[in-house]
Ligand binder design. Structure first.
Ligand code: ATP
Length: 304
């Protein structure tokens, strides 16, 4: 059987006394998009950099396309594309020259000129990396990660700091890679990005996996009723009027979420209660839980 794109078992990474990755086990399938989510400091970059062969694990096993990323780095290099959070491009390198240089390391690269144009960088082909804007630097790093037609691409926060146009261009590129059978492993803080792009989502916290699955399996089929109103409504009173098994919460202030069997009866009860209380409920909607709801439930609201 073909090995997964990435297979991690019991991965451990320590920096002195800090345990950044604490027995993490995950698998990323070939030809699929796997998104790794987690709060700041959860261990995402450490995990990805170990897979890329840039850091050594302190424990566990790491297989990338069935190979060891440190001992078999030379065999992996032509098959894997990497976009680092910090660019990794020499400051004086001109955008076009850099991409052509990276392309030359590969047997069947994409056309660097077409890729630059695709990512809106044609006009900046002669601009040194250090003079590109942050978003342009990001796009060049993305181009460099995919120019070699890799089998697997690692993208560490690929759309951080990108404007909406560039974000969409990045999403389209990831979609095309997937259609061509390329596996993508990406980290992101944008839940909508994970929901839109990923076949498989892995949520990590404090160096271990706390949940994983497809976006729809994580969010579930349950629906919620949401509305906005003045803060501090008496939810106990509202709950007493709702069918048994319902739940109500205010989070954040002035934003209300009602869970339970969200059907006509519950909807009618909530709107009637609001009317009786003189509460103007805005943006009343029935929605499925979002990945962000699941993420916050699993990882809490405290800042890391
Ligand atoms: N080189 C290092 N030396 C010491 N500690 C480090 C080093 N790199 C990471 N850490 C620590 O390891 C933990 C995990 O960091 P990591 O960068 O892997 O998290 P992350 O999930 O990618 O975070 P973010 O979302 O903020 O990018 C953090 O507590 C971080 O401070």
């Amino acid at each position: 059987m073909e090995s997964p794109a990435v297979a991690l078992t019991g991965l451990v990474k320590r920096y002195g006394r800090i345990v950044a990755v604490d027995g993490l086990t995950l698998s990323a399938a070939r030809g699929a998009v796997t998104a790794i989510l987690g709060p700041n400091g959860a261990g995402k970059t450490s995990t990805v950099e170990i897979c890329e062969g840039f850091r050594k694990a302190d424990g566990g096993t790491v297989r990338v396309l069935g190979l060891d990323p440190v001992r078999q780095a030379a065999r992996l290099r032509p098959r894997v594309g990497v976009m680092l959070q910090s660019g990794g491009v020499p400051p004086a390198a001109r955008a076009g020259e850099w991409l052509r240089l990276v392309a030359r390391f590969h047997a069947h690269p994409l056309d660097p000129g077409a890729l630059l144009s695709r990512l809106g960088l044609s006009e900046h082909a002669r601009t040194p990396y250090r003079r590109l804007s942050g978003g342009q630097q990001q796009r060049l790093s993305l181009a460099a990660a995919v120019v070699g037609r890799p089998e697997l691409v690692f993208l560490d926060e690929p759309t951080a700091g990108l404007d909406p146009q560039a974000r969409h261009a990045c999403w389209e590129l990831v979609g095309e890679l997937r259609a061509r059978g390329v596996a993508t492993v990406l980290t992101t803080h944008h839940m909508d990005e994970a929901e839109r792009l990923a076949d498989h989502v892995v949520i990590i916290d404090r160096g271990t996996v706390v949940a994983q699955g497809s976006p729809s399996s994580l969010t579930g089929a349950e629906r919620q009723l949401r509305f906005r109103a003045r803060p501090g409504l008496d939810l106990d009173e509202l709950l007493a009027a709702l069918p048994i098994g319902s739940a109500a919460k205010e989070s954040p202030s002035g934003h209300y979420v009602i869970e339970g069997h969200v059907g006509p009866e519950l909807l009618g009860t909530v709107t009637a209660w609001c009317a009786a209380e003189g509460v103007a409920a805005d943006d009343l909607s029935v929605e499925r839980r979002t990945l962000e709801d699941v993420f916050l439930e699993l990882t809490g609201r405290e800042l890391r």
